[in-house]
Design a protein around this ligand. Structure first.
Ligand code: PMT
Length: 414
């Protein structure tokens, strides 16, 4: 994506988070032009933000060189989105009043694009009636004002007024810039490994990091879907903008998935669920001398298979598989046996594919018979392509309507 974001930085302590935000936006392929107020430069230097954004930072109205373009107008014209972060009570008041007494406020008055405002201030300033009235005015004018977080504030008070973390702001920015082509879809994603306790401190698990599932959840949220992520213990953070339900064992994952399934339009099961669990986990730590010679295992529920038997006609079910032998043949069998609409087959024999990697090599097997082999690519890109296929399946099926499981949906082989 090569959209242009004008990032307005004003004089609040939360400006220390802005270098991290700029890095995230640049990593996402955005062209970031920073405009700072004089007060903003007291908290973070223009040089830092120029270096990270790879663009000049604009501060002074009067340093514009005469030329064919008027800088503050061309900045406003180029912007696909403007973000004010941190937004002090002062800038919020000026924007609500339509003042233009420095470069940032002048650029803002000339904007034609959506504007996201991230308030950041002391809790009592934030609650002040004038500030609340100004925020209301900005919302009525069509600005998107992010809710500040609540917690310890740099001024020593505790309450609302903290600027959201860079990851949360970046997710909001990407959501605004992405086509909301999955709006209206409620997507349930499972991710990560499960842990199956052996005793109080030991467990059986696998090498899944959760990266694939997090990529699917993040891209779906960015594209406007309402996303629930049910994840085992991952080595990556859940993305911003999704409802996150952490679980530990396969049985917990099963219970939570069943609670959410009825209210889901699409289920994408990237989780590497443990097929077995120790039959009799010890409540304490097993001592060395008491180590059992054998560990008895019992089967966990096959969550995906059960979902396949319960699926309603309009629900879309996507499974994953990490096969090492006869992948295509085994994948085709799984697609039918689990009553899936699509199976994503990881080619874990390929370098850069499967567990823990930032990249993957996958084949798509669709219930319609179509098959597609993809080259090595990032998990983010794989996620977008899966969601593109989900969208196609939805379009082919027509509008969403809730209905009971169909005859065809019941034809599941164990
Ligand atoms: O997390 P990462 O490090 O990014 O790695 C990603 C991944 C390799 C884990 C992921 O891309 C992947 O392939 N996940 C499925 C792993 C697997 O081997 O699944 P399976 O063949 O055991 O199961 C097939 C499908 O059934 C999966 O969708 C799985 O979620 C589901 N399943 C399996 C067992 C079980 N008891 N319940 C299930 O629902």
């Amino acid at each position: 994506m090569s959209a242009t974001v004008v990032l307005g930085v004003t004089g609040g302590i939360a400006a220390y988070k802005i270098p991290a935000l700029v890095r995230l936006l640049v990593a996402d392929g955005l062209d970031v032009s920073v405009v700072m107020t004089r007060a903003g430069t007291q908290f973070v230097t223009p040089l830092t933000l120029a270096t990270l954004s790879c663009n000049p930072v604009h501060v002074d109205m009067w340093s514009e060189r005469p030329g064919p373009q008027v800088e503050h107008i061309s900045l406003a014209d180029r912007a696909d989105l403007a973000v004010i972060a941190p937004a002090t009570a002062n800038i919020i008041g000026k924007l609500a009043a339509g003042l233009a007494d420095d470069l940032l406020t002048t650029v803002c008055l000339a904007l034609k694009c959506p504007v996201v405002i991230c308030p950041s201030m002391n809790v009592n300033m934030y609650r002040n009636r004038v500030v609340q009235r100004n925020i209301k005015t900005l919302k009525e004018m069509g600005c998107h004002v992010m809710e500040p977080e609540s917690g310890w504030l740099a001024c020593g008070w505790t309450g609302e007024g903290r600027m959201p973390e860079p990851e949360v702001i970046a997710a909001e920015i990407m959501r605004h810039l992405s086509a909301p082509d999955l709006e209206g879809e409620r997507i349930l994603v499972t991710a990560g490994p499960t842990e199956e306790p052996l005793d109080a401190v030991r467990f059986l698990t696998n090498r899944s990091s959760g990266k694939m599932g997090v990529a699917v959840a993040a891209r779906a949220a960015r594209r406007g879907a309402q996303v629930t992520l049910i994840a085992g213990p991952m080595s990556v953070e859940p993305p911003a903008g999704v409802r996150n339900i952490p679980v530990r064992t396969a049985l917990e994952m099963y219970q939570r998935v069943m609670e959410v399934f009825d209210d889901s339009d699409v289920v994408i099961k990237t989780a590497a669920v443990s097929d077995f669990r120790p039959a009799n986990p010890a409540t304490g730590k097993i001592k060395k001398e008491e180590a059992p010679g054998k560990i008895s295992l019992v089967r966990n529920p096959d969550i995906l298979h059960i979902l396949g038997t319960k699926k309603r006609a309009q629900q879309i079910l996507v499974g994953f598989a990490a096969e090492t032998e006869n992948p295509l043949e085994n994948g085709r069998k799984k697609l039918i046996a689990k009553n899936l609409d699509m199976l994503v087959l990881n080619d874990v024999t390929q370098p850069g594919a499967g567990f823990r990697q930032d990249t993957n090599v996958v084949h798509f097997l669709l219930r319609s018979g179509e098959e597609e082999s993809l080259d090595l690519m990032t998990k983010d890109r794989v996620a977008d392509l899966i969601l593109d296929r989900v969208k196609e399946i939805r379009l082919r099926r027509g509008r969403k309507q809730d209905s009971a499981p169909s005859e065809a949906d019941h034809q599941v082989r164990p």
